[in-house]
Design a protein around this ligand. Structure first.
Ligand SMILES: C[S@@+](CC[C@H](N)C(=O)[O-])C[C@H]1O[C@@H](n2cnc3c(N)ncnc32)[C@H](O)[C@@H]1O
Length: 450
């Protein structure tokens, strides 16, 4: 049996049926198939490639299928997508092998009857490869873009309306780029310079990010979580957008800080390190299992300043003592991280419609925890003004005891969204090299001012 392709198929079917996050599903599947490193790499390439290009692949397959794709079983459709992906995008795989392996996969996955159909479609695709055409952009540009970039039309419309066509094209292009991996040095245990030296000695190429303290880009990472530096808690993996968010919030040693949506804990850890592990850092999340992740991470990083607990930020009526700084890194649609989790772009718009009200509620409830003159931060990893600027503006309109807190940006960070207020920042992959991300900052006024 070809284990790499079998693993890719199992993971794709899991994402289809159970809507799991691609990285978690793939990790678990790779472990259960016990693949060697080469097969792991092939399974990952096919899995992510098929997810990223789903709409484009379906367009090509439907050229040669008399049967509407909706009528195919999930197994048959995913096997066809996998075969088509290998033929069209994986140059190192012989086309005949892509077909033959797809037929075998069908036979091994309760799709014996469909194996002839799969064979015929993939062979037609190979025969017609030189004449394959994308839909005419002049006729219906949105459909053409949707098929070219494998992105639903509603998302293209949203971005075009919000950020303009040029920016949208860059965002669509960046969704296919390999996402960089960044780490945050645990300055409690090691200096950035020594961490880089140690990682390099362990075979991980590490390069400092000059404009952001303690941030390091990792290249050739391999199994980073098995490395000695990781086990010793000398860093955690974190995108620059999240590191920048913590930098702008400026946690200081001795302060009391509350992170209301903290799991798995990335920003909590960075803030604790900036606090030099001194003061109080309350880290909450709605889900018990996720709170355990915060605890495990804090333990590995030796960050004793963190107290993690279950708490629902949208319902909380507790009497927590107020804090110098409160961070609301709210649940969101995740449209800023589709290059890391391509399945996110296939969400239905109806699945994200209710988010702004929840985000606003969490922000309002959490604002009650901020001291006079204290700071409130709101952040998302999405590129959707309804979840970003509009929530921030609604908050200021209805909460007169808060004022916008201008963000003191590093010189390297320019604004990409025209007319963006000084207390907000939208980050984009093609401009800032970060995930798509949004930050808004507020300050609680003196009582006589509100
Ligand atoms: C964007 S993630 C937070 C990421 C985290 N701040 C970090 O940097 O690693 C949002 C988190 O909010 C949690 N969450 C969702 N609804 C919540 C609620 N009502 N109250 C508290 N946490 C919630 C989710 O479980 C999820 O872990």
């Amino acid at each position: 049996m070809d284990n790499a392709r079998a693993a890719a198929l199992a993971a794709l079917l899991h994402v289809d049926v159970n809507e799991g996050y691609s990285n978690i599903v793939l990790d678990k599947t790779l472990i259960s198939f016990s693949l060697d490193p080469r097969d792991k790499a092939l399974a990952s390439a096919i899995f992510y490639g098929v997810l990223e290009r789903r709409i484009t692949l379906d367009y090509y397959i439907s050229r040669f299928s008399k049967m509407p794709l909706k009528k195919l079983s999930p197994q048959v459709l995913e096997i066809l997508r996998m075969g088509a992906y290998q033929i069209l995008y994986l140059e190192k795989i012989p086309k005949s092998a892509a077909v033959n392996e797809s037929v075998i996969l069908a036979k091994e996955n309760n799709a014996v009857k469909a194996s002839g159909f799969i064979n015929a479609i993939l062979r037609s695709l190979i025969r017609n490869m030189d004449n394959l055409q994308m839909p005419d952009e002049g006729k219906d540009p949105k459909i053409a873009l949707s098929i070219r970039y494998s992105c639903p039309e509603w998302l293209i419309s949203l971005w075009q309306k919000s950020y303009g066509l040029d920016c949208t094209l860059h965002l669509l292009e960046s969704a296919f780029s390999k996402p960089p991996v960044f780490a945050r040095t645990n300055n409690i245990c090691i200096s950035e310079e020594n961490l880089i030296e140690k990682l390099n000695a362990e075979g991980v190429k590490a390069v400092p990010i000059t404009w952001l303290n303690q941030a390091v880009e990792l290249q050739q990472i391999g199994a980073i979580s098995q490395s000695e530096s990781y086990r010793e808690g000398l860093f955690h993996i974190q995108d620059l957008s999240s590191q920048l968010c913590c930098f702008l919030l400026q946690p200081l040693p001795g302060q009391r800080i509350i992170d209301v949506c903290s799991a798995p804990g990335g920003k909590t850890f960075t803030m604790a390190e900036m606090m030099e592990n001194k003061g109080e850092l309350l880290a909450f999340d709605k889900y018990k299992g996720k709170v355990n992740l915060i605890r495990q991470g804090a333990q590995r990083l030796k960050l004793t300043v963190i107290s993690a607990a279950v708490r629902d930020a949208s319902a909380a009526e507790d009497d927590l003592a107020s804090a110098d700084k409160v961070l609301c890194d709210v649940p969101c649609s995740g449209l800023g991280i589709i290059r890391r989790k391509p399945e996110i772009k296939y969400k239905l718009p109806s699945a994200i419609d209710s988010l702004p009200d929840l985000q606003y509620l969490i922000l309002c409830k959490s604002s009650k925890l901020v001291k006079t003159n204290g700071t409130l931060f709101y952040s998302t990893c999405t590129l959707n003004p309804n979840e970003n600027g509009k929530v921030a503006e609604r908050f200021l309109r209805n909460n007169h005891d808060f004022e916008p807190l201008p963000l003191n940006l590093p010189d390297q960070i320019c604004r990409i969204v025209e007319g963006e207020p000084e207390n907000q920042l939208t980050l984009m992959p093609h401009v800032h090299g970060t995930d798509g991300f949004f930050i808004a900052a507020f300050r609680r006024k003196q009582e006589w001012m509100s």
